[in-house]
Write a protein that binds this ligand. Structure first.
Ligand code: GDP
Ligand code: IMO
Ligand code: MG
Length: 420
C-alpha cells in the first residue's frame, strides 16, 4: 500500500484537523510528520470540540493507530496537558498512540530562546507561536538536539549539556533564565511520556505498508509557511510540503499515493510576513467575524483576505496535489461578490508564477464572481448546490487543474460533502 498525505496549501489553519478526522475511517494509521505544538487542529463532532496540538487528529474514530513521527518536535509538558485532557474525556490514548524514538524534544530553554530571539528582532519579529519550534529544529540540524529515544540513555547528562549551551546563548541575548518551575514540570512530563509506546516508527510504518495497511499523513502549518518555499524568513522551521512526509516518517517518495491539498475559500495568516491579498477593510473584518478567524493556539487575530490562486497553484505544484479539499465556503454565504486573485501586478508587469518575493509592490489582479447568497451550512449533497456555487467550484477547478473532491460547509464533522 501507499501512504496518502493531507496538508495545508495556504498559511495554516485550513481545517486539516477536521478533515483528517473525517477521512480516518478509510485508514489503518494516522501519522503526524512535522511541526509540533505550534499547530492547533480543531475537531468538532456530537456537540464536542477538541483542539489538538501534537497528537494526530485520527484518535477519535475507530481505534486506529496514531503515530507521532520522527519529524515532529515534542514538548513533553504540552503533550502531557493535551494527552491527560483527552484521557479524561474517555480517549484510550495509550492504546492508540505511538511515538517515534527519533522525534526531537522541546526543552524549557527552547521556549525561552524562542522568546529571546523574537524580542531581539523587535519590529521585524516573525510572530512565532512562542512554543520553541525554531530553536528545537535549529538544535536538530546543528546536531545538538535531544530525542525521545534518549530518555533511556544518559538522559540527564545529555539534557545538562544542551541546557548549558542554551543558557550561554540566553545570557548573550540578555534574557533572564529561571527554570525553577519549568524544569521539574518538564521532567515529570518526561516520565508520563515514557508510559507511551516509544517505537522505531520508520520500521513500523514500512512494515505496515508491506502488510497492505493504509496510512494517512497529517500535515501541520501550511505550504506557504514551509522553511524552503514559504515567505522566508516569515515561515516555520520545518518542511510542511509533501516531501516533508517522506523525511518526517521515513517513507520513500515512491510510496506516496494520494496528496490531499486543503484550502479555505479565502486566505488567512497569523503572525508577520507578506500576504498579497490581505484585506484591511470592512470585508476583511467580515470574513474574520463570520469565520471566527482567531488562532486555535494563541488566540491571535488571523489576518484575512481573498483567495490567492497564484499562491495556490504554486502550492499544488510543490506538493503534487491529486485532490483538493475546499473549506469554509460557508463563511462567504452572505457575500454579493466573491473575488479570486488570478495574477499579481508587480512594477507594471503581470505575474502568474509565484515570485521569489511578494513583499512590497505586489498588487493582486482579481476576477469577480457572483456570490450564491444561500445558507450552505446544512447542505448535504452536491445536488443542492446553488448554481453560483457550482460555477465557483467549476471556475476553481479549471484554474487549478485538480478536482475538488471534498467540501466543508461548517466546523462539524457532519458538515462535509464528499463528491466521489
Ligand atoms: P487546522 O490547523 O488546519 O486544523 O485548522 P484550525 O483548527 O486551526 O482552524 C480551522 C477553524 O475553522 C476551526 O475553528 C474549525 O472548527 C473551523 N472550520 C473547519 N472547517 C470549517 C468550515 O467548513 N466552515 C466553518 N465555518 N468553520 C470551519
Ligand atoms: P496549524 O497546524 C497558522 C506561524 C506562526 C508564525 C510562523 C512561525 O494549526 O495550521 P513557529 O511557532 O512555527 O516558529 O511560527 O508560523 N504558524 C502557524 N500559523 N497555523 C499553524 O499551524 C501555525 N504554526 C505556525 O504564526 O507566523
Ligand atoms: Mg490551526
Amino acid at each position: 500500500m501507499k501512504v496518502d498525505v493531507l496538508l495545508g496549501l495556504q498559511w495554516g489553519d485550513e481545517g486539516k484537523g477536521k478533515v483528517v478526522d473525517v477521512l480516518t475511517p478509510r485508514y489503518d494509521v494516522v501519522a503526524r510528520f512535522q511541526g509540533g505544538p505550534n499547530a492547533g487542529h480543531t475537531l468538532e463532532f456530537e456537540g464536542k470540540k477538541f483542539v489538538l496540538r501534537s497528537i494526530p487528529s485520527g484518535i477519535f474514530q475507530h481505534g486506529q493507530t496514531n503515530i507521532i513521527g520522527n519529524g515532529v518536535v515534542l514538548d513533553p509538558v504540552l503533550f502531557k496537558e493535551e494527552a491527560v485532557s483527552l484521557e479524561e474525556s474517555g480517549v484510550e490514548l495509550k492504546k492508540v498512540l505511538k511515538i517515534s524514538k527519533k522525534a526531537h524534544l522541546i526543552m524549557p530553554t527552547h521556549r525561552l530562546l524562542d522568546a529571546a530571539n523574537e524580542a531581539k528582532k523587535g519590529a521585524s519579529k516573525i510572530g512565532t507561536t512562542g512554543k520553541g519550534i525554531g530553536p528545537t529544529y535549529t538544535d536538530k540540524v546543528s546536531r545538538n538536539g535531544l530525542r525521545v529515544g534518549d530518555i533511556y540513555n544518559n538522559f540527564e547528562e545529555k539534557y545538562a549539556v544542551a541546557k548549558a549551551k542554551h543558557i550561554e546563548t540566553l545570557q548573550m541575548l540578555g534574557a533572564s533564565v529561571d527554570l525553577s518551575e519549568l524544569e521539574p514540570k518538564w521532567f515529570d512530563a518526561i516520565k508520563y511520556l515514557s508510559e507511551f509506546e516509544i517505537i522505531d516508527s520508520e520500521h513500523y510504518i514500512n512494515n505496515l505498508l508491506k502488510d497492505g495497511k493504509s496510512v494517512l499523513c497529517e500535515g501541520a502549518q501550511g505550504t506557504m509557511l514551509d522553511v524552503d518555499f514559504g515567505s522566508y524568513p516569515f515561515v516555520t522551521s520545518s518542511n510542511t510540503i509533501c516531501a516533508g512526509a517522506c523525511v518526517g516518517l521515513g517513507v520513500a517518495p515512491n510510496k506516496i499515493g494520494e496528496v490531499f491539498g486543503i484550502f479555505k475559500a479565502y486566505c488567512t495568516r497569523v503572525g508577520s510576513g507578506p500576504f498579497p491579498t490581505e484585506l484591511f477593510d470592512e470585508t476583511g473584518r467580515k470574513i474574520r467575524d463570520i469565520g471566527h478567524e482567531y488562532g486555535a493556539v494563541t488566540g491571535r487575530e488571523r489576518r484575512c483576505g481573498w483567495i490567492d490562486l497564484v499562491a495556490l497553484k504554486y502550492a499544488i505544484m510543490l506538493n503534487g496535489v491529486t485532490q483538493l479539499i475546499m473549506m469554509k465556503s460557508d463563511v462567504l454565504d452572505t457575500f454579493e461578490t466573491i473575488k479570486a486573485c488570478v495574477a499579481y501586478e508587480i512594477n507594471g508587469e503581470t505575474v502568474t508564477e509565484f515570485p521569489f518575493s511578494v513583499e512590497g509592490n505586489v498588487k493582486p489582479v482579481y476576477k469577480e464572481l457572483p456570490g450564491w447568497n444561500v445558507d450552505m451550512t446544512s447542505i448535504k449533497s452536491e445536488d443542492e448546490f446553488p448554481v453560483e456555487f457550482s460555477n465557483y467550484i467549476k471556475f476553481l477547478e479549471a484554474e487549478l487543474n485538480v478536482p475538488i473532491t471534498i467540501l466543508s460547509v461548517g466546523p462539524d464533522r457532519a458538515q462535509t460533502i464528499v463528491r466521489k
